[in-house]
Design a protein around this ligand. Structure first.
Ligand SMILES: C[S@@+](CC[C@H](N)C(=O)[O-])C[C@H]1O[C@@H](n2cnc3c(N)ncnc32)[C@H](O)[C@@H]1O
Length: 225
C-alpha cells in the first residue's frame, strides 16, 4: 500500500475496517424508516444499473451491495483490502459461478484479474484523500475501459452521525473519530463530497445522473474514452 505522505491515513483506514468487519453491517440495519427507504432506493438503482454487466466492485466490504447486484449482473468481482471483511462477504454464499471476492488494493486496480464493463464504488471515495481522488478514478476507468457504466454511492453529511469531526493539521482532508465495540478509537478520513465537486470530477464523462436523499447520494455515468 501507499508510502506517500498520506499513506499513513490510507493504511489506518484499511486497519480500521479490518477491525470493524464483524460489526460493519449493523449500519445497514439502523431503525430509522426514512433511512431504510433510501437504502431501498439505492438497491433498486444498483440492480437496474448493473443489469447484464460484468462488474468490478471496489472496496466490496461485507458484500452487502454485492448480494444486491448478484441478482441482475452477469458477474461481480469484489475487491477489498480486508480479509476479515471478505470472510463476512463469503458467509453470504453468493453464487460462485458469478461472484468472486479477492483481496486487493483499491489503489492498484491494474492488478485485479477480469474482464469488466461496469464498476461499483460504494462508500469508498469518502475515504480517499482528496489529492488522490482524480487519480483513483483515472485508474478505475483505465481498468474497466471506455463505455463502462460506473456507479458511485456515499454518505451525505448528517450532523451528529458517523462520529465527530477531528482536526488533523496540515492535511486537506476531513477526519472522523470512530469508536469500535472493543473501545478502540480510530481517526478515519471521511471527505463528504457535494454535488458541484462530483459534477466537476465527472464532467468529461457521459450520461451523468445524480440523486441524493437525506442520508446518501448515488450517481452513475458512462466512462468516456
Ligand atoms: C465503508 S466500507 C464500504 C464497504 C462496501 N462497499 C459497502 O458499501 O458496504 C469501506 C471498505 O473499504 C475497504 N478498504 C479500505 N482500504 C482499502 C484499500 N486500500 N483497498 C481496498 N479496500 C479498502 C475496507 O476494508 C472496507 O471494506
Amino acid at each position: 500500500m501507499s508510502r506517500q505522505p498520506d499513506g499513513e491515513y490510507i493504511e489506518e483506514t484499511a486497519r480500521y475496517y479490518e477491525m470493524r468487519a464483524r460489526e460493519y453491517e449493523d449500519l445497514y440495519y439502523r431503525p430509522e424508516s426514512d433511512r431504510r427507504e433510501e437504502l431501498g432506493l439505492l438497491a433498486r438503482f444498483l440492480e437496474e444499473s448493473m443489469r447484464g454487466r460484468r462488474v468490478l466492485e471496489v472496496a466490496a466490504g461485507t458484500g452487502y451491495w454485492t448480494q444486491v447486484i448478484a441478482k441482475t449482473a452477469v458477474s461481480v468481482t469484489g475487491v477489498d483490502s480486508s480479509s476479515a471483511m471478505l470472510e463476512e462477504a463469503k458467509k453470504k454464499h453468493l453464487p460462485t459461478d458469478k461472484v468472486h471476492f479477492v483481496l486487493g488494493d483499491a489503489y492498484a486496480l491494474d492488478r485485479v484479474q477480469g474482464d469488466f464493463d461496469a464498476a461499483m464504488v460504494n462508500f469508498w471515495i469518502s475515504h480517499v484523500p482528496r489529492g488522490r481522488i482524480a487519480d483513483f478514478f483515472d485508474a478505475l476507468h483505465a481498468r474497466v475501459g471506455p463505455g463502462a457504466r460506473v456507479v458511485v454511492m456515499d454518505n451525505v453529511n448528517v450532523p451528529g452521525q458517523g462520529g465527530e469531526f477531528v482536526e488533523v493539521n496540515g492535511v486537506d482532508d476531513t477526519f472522523k473519530l470512530r469508536e469500535l465495540r472493543d473501545g478502540s478509537k480510530h481517526k478515519v478520513i471521511k471527505n463528504y463530497l457535494e454535488r458541484p465537486a462530483l459534477e466537476a470530477l465527472f464532467a468529461r464523462h457521459d450520461e451523468f445522473e445524480y440523486h441524493s436523499g437525506r442520508y446518501y447520494y448515488w450517481l452513475r455515468y458512462r466512462a468516456a474514452a
